[in-house]
Design a protein around this ligand. Structure first.
Ligand code: AMP
Ligand code: GLY
Length: 423
């Protein structure tokens, strides 16, 4: 098969790395890709949301399957675009159709779905600019901290958590009335605060059947001890040590099954990954959010632990025969540590040469914001590289990642030295 992967991060390098191991794979193309995908696939300079350019690429390279990495093309309806085009309708797309992608594209849609299907989640109400006064009154009824969420996609920045009621009201006004996040905050979901430890559950579905993939935990804050600004993710661990069999059974019965059934009942066509962001409150799992794609950097620890042929799984998703597959998981733990540009998640410089990659041993360097320039690998983004290792325990794996990071360097390289500290 000829495969096109859309995206340019560590997630997409990991997809390419895993798909390259499949005997079913002939050629891999990545749009737009990075210096890591360039080593195993052909990069094509096409944007993930330029559907006409993607169509031309799919036809000229005789692509059989498109694997969608990020959420934007899904929320904009790339799967529907393929189904509605006579020349593309037989090309498989891994990723939900537009209606189902609203689970990530709209927080209000996701909350309504969760309540309709009795899936445990935080209490909420949603407000538009015209009801800002009602929003203030609702905030008065809640205890701090106050959780405010822009309804639409806001590049991972749309959730604000505040301790002070006055500040929460001012923030609500900024979001609704002053359009802090543009159209994304024309609606705001105000939510009950859930106190607990977070983890993520990844599910593959063909729309009828599902398979649960390994769990993972990511570290979103820039600073050690989970302090400072939110980032895309500074590291990840799989499996999550506190997600034992009893807890996983609860996740499956109370959350995964009703989610897949809910998609069917609501007629939301879904062939792809469901990323369920969870929080463990006491002994009970509750849903914080749905994403309609894999996580980054969670992919860099989940796929390395998957022993199955990923293309075989994807084919069974396309044919709706996922029930015939058995998921086989590597017993070892996997960890990843993300190297970032100094200054990220705020301003940072690009174009810094990355030195020492050839010295890495017993770890895998998944490239993210890194590109080839004049024969050198240089930084091109905030999150530059994810260094993944295996170990009998996550402690052993993380030690390997840190040993290899010692061999790497670029100007103002930064990373968290405490991944796994809270486990
Ligand atoms: P989201 O974009 O919905 O995943 O939210 C971003 C982060 O905000 C989550 O990873 C949580 O750490 C936090 N968060 C979101 N909703 C809640 C909630 N109801 N209670 C506590 N923390 C939350
Ligand atoms: N690491 C979180 C995400 O991919 O959304």
């Amino acid at each position: 098969m000829n495969i096109l992967i859309l995206g340019s991060g560590g997630r997409e390098h990991t997809f390419a790395w895993k798909i390259d191991q499949s005997p079913l794979c002939k050629n891999i193309f990545v749009a737009p890709g990075n210096s890591g995908t360039a080593q195993i696939a052909e990069n094509v300079a096409v944007s993930v949301t330029d559907f006409e350019a993607i169509k031309a690429l799919v036809l000229s390279k005789a692509i059989d399957m498109v694997v969608v990495g990020p959420e934007d093309p899904l929320v904009e309806g790339i799967h529907d675009f393929f189904l509605n085009d006579d020349a593309l309708k037989n090309v498989s797309v891994i990723g939900p159709q537009k209606a189902a992608a609203q689970l990530e594209g709209s927080k209000e849609f996701a909350k309504e779905f969760l309540f309709r299907h009795n899936i445990p989640t935080a209490a909420y109400q949603s407000f538009e600019a015209k009801d800002v006064e009602e929003g203030y009154i609702f905030l008065d009824t809640l205890k701090p901290p106050y959780v405010l969420k822009a309804d639409g996609l806001a590049a991972g920045k749309g959730v604000v958590i505040l301790n002070d009621l006055k500040e929460a009201k001012a923030e609500l006004k900024r979001m609704l009335v002053d359009a802090k996040f543009g159209k994304a905050s024309s609606k705001v979901v105000i939510e009950e605060f859930l106190d607990g430890i977070e983890l993520s559950c990844f599910v593959l579905t063909d729309g009828k059947h599902y398979k649960i993939l390994p769990t993972a935990k990511d570290y979103k804050r820039i600073g050690e001890g989970d302090t400072g600004l939110n980032t895309g993710g500074m590291g990840a661990i799989s499996p999550v040590p506190f997600a034992d069999e009893v807890f996983m059974k609860k996740i499956e019965e109370q959350i995964v099954k009703p989610t897949i059934l809910g998609l069917q009942k609501d007629n939301l066509p879904y062939k792809g990954f469901v990323f369920i962001g969870l929080i463990k409150v006491g002994d009970e799992p509750k849903v914080i959010e749905y994403n309609v794609r894999m996580g980054d950097p969670e992919t860099e620890v989940v796929l390395p632990r998957l022993k199955n042929d990923l293309l075989e799984l994807f084919q069974s998703i396309a044919n709706q025969t996922l029930n015939e597959q058995d998921i086989i998981i590597d017993e070892r733990a996997a960890t990843t540590v993300v190297l970032v540009s100094g200054g990220y998640p705020e301003d940072y410089k690009k174009g810094k040469e990355i030195i020492g990659l050839e010295k890495i041993d017993e770890s895998i360097a998944f490239h993210a914001g890194a590109e080839l320039k004049d024969g050198k690998i240089v930084t091109s983004g905030g999150r530059v590289m994810a260094i993944t290792s295996y170990g009998k325990t996550y402690q052993e794996a993380i030690k390997k990642s840190y040993q290899n990071i010692e061999k790497l360097h670029f100007d103002k390289m930064n990373y968290r030295k405490d991944i796994g500290f809270d486990l």
